[in-house]
Design a protein around this ligand. Sequence first.
Ligand code: CA
Length: 299
Amino acid sequence: MGITLIKDENIQCVLKWEAIIGECPTWSSQEQKLYWVDISEKKVHCFNPSSGTNKTIELPEIVPCIALREKGGLVLTLKKEFAIFNPETEKLQRIKTVESDLPQNRFNDGKCDPGGRFWAGTMDSLEWKKPAGNLFCLQPDFQVRHMEKSVICSNGLGWSPDMKTMYFTESFRYSVFAYDYDLHTGAISNRRLFMEMDKSDGRFPDGLTVDAEGFVWSNIVGPGEIHRFDPKGKLERVLKFPVPRATSCTFGGPDLKTLYVTSSRETLSAPQLKEAPLSGSLFAVPTETPGLPTFLFKG
Ligand code: CA
């Protein structure tokens, strides 16, 4: 089986924006809207594909990741805290702080699992390649469990359709790892390498999502690509975006057959931005295979 290269014309810019670190696209089936964040700009965005409008709410701190709550509103992370946020009233309720002893660390990507728990990892905000990160899991009862240590820039997470495997990206191990995952307890075990990048040219894996066939879509920053892997880790498809930093992806739309993709302007030089002026925008790609529905936080 050869590798399919998806042509640029299948990729649409659906919202022209200058996000500094556009991240964590999260589809709300109930609202038919796409929530996403701009981490460093401290913003939660909500994009409505049917009207093309984008609502923005500013928070008091950086907002690295979000997930939807079953009872409405969002669960999210701030620099070092888990919090609950109501986008209607803009009420922010801080829940738990992590890593008080690691001042350089901040939260990075996060996502809800099929059991309704919210996973979020951390990274060293200055020394990205330092193994200083941890992976945490916020339970529906708001207790925090420590799930993984010595992480080098915690990033994209996902779960297989049979809910037996969890995927976890460590950007500067240039790898996505797979674990056996227990839906009922949330425990992970048997960590193994799922895919590893060539680390010679500065590219690294970022966000991640899983489709209904169990294929894994991983954002590759540098060339601005998304690589689709079969469940065994074999590369099957490459999507090439018109921006070097396509950061994260998720499936949305009424049939979950639209892949929404965020992007970023962070660390790009003026000439790079001139060459890729859509950096920071939102993109959409139609897919044949639908995604898995967004899992909701049960707390
Ligand atoms: Ca990321």
